[in-house]
Design a protein around this ligand. Sequence first.
Ligand code: SF4
Ligand code: SF4
Length: 168
Amino acid sequence: MPTVNLRSFKQIVKHSKRSIRNFLTRLEKKQPRNLEQIKLEADKQTWKEINCLDCANCCKTMSPTYTVQDVKRISKHLDMSEKDFRKKWLYKDRTGDWMNKKQPCQFLDLKTNMCDIYELRPRDCAGFPHHTKKKMNADYMHMFKQNIEFCPATYNLVEKIKEKVQEK
Ligand code: SF4
Ligand code: SF4
């Protein structure tokens, strides 16, 4: 049985995102001392429950930010100039970052949910959803707040943290 049902995920998020975001705001203001430990345990549990190949919602609805190295590596693999690669697939956003023009991502195989350039994918994709590297503090809480809406794994992670923090 698939580990993710995107249709029901979207319904659940629609009804609960405000309360989850309020929880994250409270967490940002007052953190338990062992929050990072709680988060890492919740992350481990989350990946036992969720398989990204049942989902691919990040690749369908969000864009990675491409670094200079990403563009260099991927365009070379595709035998394109960096300029042509940018022109064909990317645009520069308001902050100057290179992003995908279209969603779903041009490299996503919609039949299998697999990435056609998996080994060479942008660094941002490789790190997504950034549960372990980004701390739940003022610098990154906005990222968790945003990603609960798109990523079932982040949603699951935050729900688990909520249960743990409220148990105390
Ligand atoms: S990282 Fe999140 S949004 Fe992306 S495929 Fe995995 S569960 Fe889905
Ligand atoms: S490059 Fe691959 S992993 Fe990154 S968004 Fe596109 S399909 Fe997904």
